[in-house]
Design a protein around this ligand. Structure first.
Ligand code: HEM
Length: 500
């Protein structure tokens, strides 16, 4: 039974607001103790409102997080007021938001090592301290090098065919359903695809358990880190333990059978285990392999980083296309002509994706408009200057990718869905859907491939009508996810659209 509004409120108060309040009081006390040192000159620092003494603008931030436009509204209002570099104070910490191509270049390039990635503690606790997302800069380099090897052209080629099989099979079931919630379907497909590629997990019962646990881990990532049994954070930690247990079991079973056994699947886990056991993988300066703990944390990281983001991107893309008939017509012509050229019942190959120039621009434009990862948090490691403003060591500096993507001085008519705007090269650092520099998304080619395959199958199989045009985003979600999930009514091509 659905809980009523007051119990919902009570639940969110107990699990989110109350712990946040305690934490805030703790930070305020910490600040009070340091009070004499906080009188600083405001000359040259970014504009912005410091908010109420000590608590800053935390309450306004929390109100935005709890609104139907999501926490991004907080940033938008201030950017309009102060311009593309402003400062605020949230949870007792200074946050600067920047949204120009020049500042993005300076921070993401990070040639002088002035910035490091910043993650909140709850994220490190649930994804693991060995995760690529939370590791120290030195460790990060090492882990990233190892993982990058896995995203070779040949692995992506295998993945494309596997992903296409999953999409074809899922779409064949839609015909009888009529109404489909795109986000739910995309989450199922991307989850299955990631689990197969990473660890060859395919049994339905195991997938269901794992998907539920990963969902709990994701929910815990933005929660206050309070380990009490009823909190989402605690439930996320328990779910993490179960996922780690399942991975340990897989690893020990593979080792028992011998890692070189021919019947082992060729998945990411296997590659990482072989690297670990290869005596030649130890160089003179550093051990080049990953430990079991690093392997487990990073398999979990890749599922989280790859599934929700890609499923959300697919959902926005279907919504934008449903609302832009002209774009859809051009796309359909391209995709139907490709389908005519291919042999019937053949699965898509990586080369086929190179034959989709317009679809590639549709993907890019969807990612620009949706800005699935709206901003990238960094920590200033030393005093420096951005936009002529002074940035102090220890401040949080957030690159506001979403504002950049919607900046009218960078993109003409930024609120319109115009894939052909990418006919020409984009200005450097103006398209940040996958980030840039040393922390660029590792799954960039995989994500693009998934979006293209999904697009091809959808437009060559079905017509669809978006049933809910609401653009509200989910509260407390890690990425920009459509609250409605984008329900659509689908009809097989060749049949008429009958409104529900
Ligand atoms: C449309 C889908 C996706 C989007 C929009 C996306 C976006 C991003 C962005 C913006 C970053 C960098 C954040 C920063 O610099 O702070 C990132 C990092 C990352 N992404 Fe993706 N991503 C997507 C899909 C994937 C997939 C499929 C994987 C695959 C496994 C993946 C794995 C990662 C990893 C491991 C990182 C961390 C890289 C590092 O810190 O060195 N992502 N992603």
């Amino acid at each position: 039974m659905a809980p009523n509004a007051s119990s919902n409120w009570l639940l969110s108060y107990c699990t989110v607001l109350f712990p946040a309040l305690i934490w805030l009081i703790f930070r305020i006390l910490k600040k009070i103790i340091k009070w004499p040192n906080t009188h600083e000159s405001t000359a040259g620092i970014p504009p912005g409102y410091r908010g109420l003494p000590l608590i800053g603008e935390t309450l306004q931030f929390m109100a935005a997080v709890n609104s139907s436009n999501g926490f991004y509204d907080f940033v938008k209002v201030r950017r309009l007021r102060y311009g593309n570099c402003f400062k605020t104070n949230i949870f007792g910490e200074t946050h600067v938001f920047v949204s120009s191509t020049e500042s993005a270049k300076l921070i993401l390039n990070n040639d002088l090592g002035r910035f490091t990635k910043r993650y909140i503690r709850s994220i490190a606790e649930v994804v693991g301290h060995q995760s690529l997302l939370c590791a120290s800069p030195q460790q990060h380099k090492h882990i990233r090098n190892r993982l990058a090897n896995l995203f070779s052209t040949s692995s992506i080629a295998v993945f494309v065919e596997q992903f296409d099989q999953l999409v074809v099979s899922a779409l064949s079931r839609w015909e009888h359903k009529g109404t489909i919630v795109i986000l739910d379907e995309a989450l199922k497909i991307t989850f299955r695809a990631m689990c197969k590629m990473l660890m060859s997990l395919e049994r339905e019962d195991e997938l269901d358990v794992m998907q539920k646990d990963i969902g709990l881990v994701c929910e815990a990532m933005l929660q206050f880190p309070l380990r009490l049994p009823w909190t989402r954070f605690y439930k996320g930690l328990q779910a993490r333990k179960r996922v780690m247990g399942a991975l340990e079991k897989m690893i020990s079973e593979r080792r028992k059978r011998g890692l070189e056994a021919h019947d082992h699947p060729h998945d990411f886990l296997q590659h990482l285990l072989l690297m670990e056991d290869d005596p030649n993988s130890c160089g003179a300066n550093e051990a080049l392999s990953l430990s079991d703990a690093q392997i487990k944390d990073n398999i979990l990281t890749m599922i989280i980083a790859g599934q929700d983001t890609t499923a959300s991107a697919i959902t926005w893309m279907v919504k934008y296309l449903g609302e832009n008939q002209e774009v859809l017509d051009i796309l359909k012509a391209e995709q139907l002509s490709l389908a005519e050229k291919s042999s019937p019942n053949a699965f898509l190959k990586l080369e086929d994706l190179n034959d989709m120039p317009y679809a590639s621009k549709v993907v890019k434009e969807s990612l620009r408009m949706a800005s699935i990862v709206p901003w990238f948090p960094r920590l200033a490691l030393q005093d420096c200057e951005i936009h002529g403003y002074k940035i102090k060591k220890g401040w949080n500096v957030n690159i506001d990718a979403r504002s950049l993507h919607l900046d009218a001085t960078v993109y003409n008519d930024p609120d319109k869905f115009i894939p052909s705007r990418f006919d020409d090269e984009s200005k450097p650092y103006s398209f940040l859907a996958f980030g840039q520099g040393g922390r660029t998304c590792l799954g960039i080619n995989l994500a693009r491939a998934m979006m293209l395959v999904f697009l091809h199958r959808l437009v060559t199989t079905y017509k669809w009508k978006v049933l809910d045009s609401d653009s509200s985003v989910e509260k407390w979600a890690l990425f920009a996810r459509l609250k409605s999930g984008c329900p659509v009514h689908v009809t097989k091509i060749g049949e008429d659209i009958t409104p529900p």
